[in-house]
Design a protein around this ligand. Structure first.
Ligand code: ADP
Ligand code: ZN
Ligand code: MG
Length: 471
């Protein structure tokens, strides 16, 4: 009997506002422990929080970019719990009137993921364990977060990954967060249940807390799915609980029973007024938003004639996409530029970080100039790699390194004399070709390319050879 897996995600994204959500302490990552704190963000009695306007603006942008309705009136609530990372014993969050709700994102396989809500809240401090000691660092306490909650609409680890990658790209494009998973500025609670194929009712879920790596998320989903299937197959029941992923065993383990929202005794925060944002302000924010990834992809396909696969590969990296657009502006050759980026520059930009930062030693204009010459037929396509490698090494523009004539293409009569010479010394290959071994022609083309030092155009050469030996 088969099982279907169902997943819902709660994703926390740290906003990159300069200051914290209710005070003017810096949000900068790191720093000596407890140096980015004040009476407000550690919640000393008598201190009063004041909502940072930028937090609302950032969160509204995040909501607009994920097709949410914006709540013009929303409210801050206290979520009560006792844990040393939270000295007030409550977190200020939003329960019944979140800032954004009812959004959605459509994945490449057609599945629509509904977003239940996006609300704003404060982050807690961090416990630092060393030996038998545990210390607490409140620098992160009061850093603004948005929590993005989906409906249980995912059915595979692959869908979860795509959603998180899209979400990260959207947040980075909006510049509301850097979404660095390894620094914890994007982290995810993964809720998983299984049910027998065909069942209507969802199974009991478990929640894997605080995941901050895409590959661990995939592993955790897989192992939790297997665990739940094994349990049901043995006639056991799934207990609703909070689990953690153990990175060394690759398995999930129980942390504690799951609390209900009742346990938190939410109530409206009496220190903070209702949050209003007018429809006009929302429209102003909408107008101020940059081009979003899916809009950009449509444009790359329509204006530049790229395939959806190629355009996606470029759009994934915001800065690299800008670099690409500059190459296009200078060269007027979008397809050549995309091809060069994907085949040559991706080779130079070895890891994800290098791609993210478009860390290339030469400006896009240098490459654009070369592509322009190729596009105009002034130099041969065959030399692009050689020219590029030299420019990357010397960090100089084409004009300072080469002359156009070094790479000009052989004209018709030059090409013809190379072809005639190659045919004359390839009797065996000619025989083979005429006998039906079509691949034999490559040996002759190779000779021409070698003799012409790459200046002949391979396609023209091939046509010329066929014409000559068939006559
Ligand atoms: P709670 O109020 O207990 O936090 P929510 O209804 O807010 O629960 O759901 C939390 C997350 O769990 C949401 O992302 C939701 O999609 C997901 N979820 C709820 N039920 C299931 C289920 N049966 N299987 C998988 N995910 C679920
Ligand atoms: Zn503070
Ligand atoms: Mg919840």
């Amino acid at each position: 009997m088969g099982y279907e897996m169902t997943i819902g995600l709660e994703t926390h994204v740290e906003l990159s506002t300069k200051t914290k959500i209710f005070c003017s302490c810096t949000t900068e990552f790191g720093g000596d422990p407890n140096t980015h704190c004040c009476p407000v963000c550690i919640g000393l009695p008598g201190s009063l929080p004041k909502l940072n306007r930028a937090v609302v603006e950032y969160a509204v942008k995040a909501g607009l970019a994920t097709n949410c309705e914006i709540g013009y009136t929303s409210k801050m609530d206290r979520k009560n719990y006792v844990y040393p990372d939270l000295s007030k014993a409550y977190q200020i969050s939003q329960l019944d009137y979140p800032l954004c709700k009812n959004g959605h994102m459509t994945l490449s396989d057609g599945q629509t993921i509904r977003l239940n809500r996006i609300h704003i809240e404060e982050d807690a401090g961090k416990l630092v364990h060393s030996g038998n000691d545990t210390n607490v660092d409140y620098n992160r306490g009061g850093v603004p977060l948005i929590e993005i909650v989906t409906e249980p609409d995912f059915h595979s680890a692959q869908q979860v990954r795509e959603y998180l990658e899209n979400l990260r790209l959207i947040m980075k494009t909006l510049d509301v967060s850097d979404c660095k998973m390894q620094e914890g500025s994007m982290r995810c609670d993964v809720n998983i249940s299984i049910r027998r194929t065909g069942d209507k009712k969802l199974g009991t879920r478990t929640e894997i807390k605080n995941m901050n790596s895409l590959s661990f998320i995939s592993k955790a989903i897989e192992s939790e799915y297997n665990r739940q299937v094994d349990a049901l197959e043995c006639g056991e029941q799934i207990i609703q609980e909070t689990r953690r992923f153990n990175e060394s065993t690759g398995e999930t383990e129980s942390m504690r029973g799951k609390e209900d929202s009742n346990d938190y005794r939410y109530f409206g925060d009496p220190d903070l007024p209702i949050v209003y944002i007018s429809p006009e302000e929302v429209e102003q924010l909408r107008a101020s938003m940059p081009e979003l990834p899916d809009q950009k992809q449509v444009r790359y396909m329509r204006e530049y004639g790229l395939s959806d696969g190629d355009s996606m590969q470029i759009i994934r990296y915001t800065k690299l996409a800008l670099y690409y657009e500059k190459m296009v502006d200078v060269s007027g050759a979008p397809k050549l530029a995309a091809n060069l980026l994907i085949t040559q520059l991706f080779r130079v930009l070895e890891d994800e970080e290098a791609k993210e930062n478009a860390s290339l030693p030469i400006p896009a204009e240098y490459i654009g100039e070369v592509l322009k010459l190729v596009n105009e037929g002034k130099i041969s396509n065959n030399f692009i790699k050689k020219i590029l490698d030299e420019m990357l090494e010397k960090q100089k523009p084409f004009a300072e390194l080469f002359k156009i004539s070094d790479f000009s293409m052989a004209d018709e009569s030059e090409t013809e004399s190379f072809v005639d010479a190659a045919i004359a010394e390839s009797a065996a290959a000619v025989q083979d070709y005429l006998a039906g071994k079509e691949k034999a022609i490559f040996a002759i083309i190779g000779k021409v390319m070698k003799a012409s030092k790459g200046k002949a155009d391979a396609k023209t050469v091939e046509e010329m050879i066929i014409k000559k030996i068939k006559n």
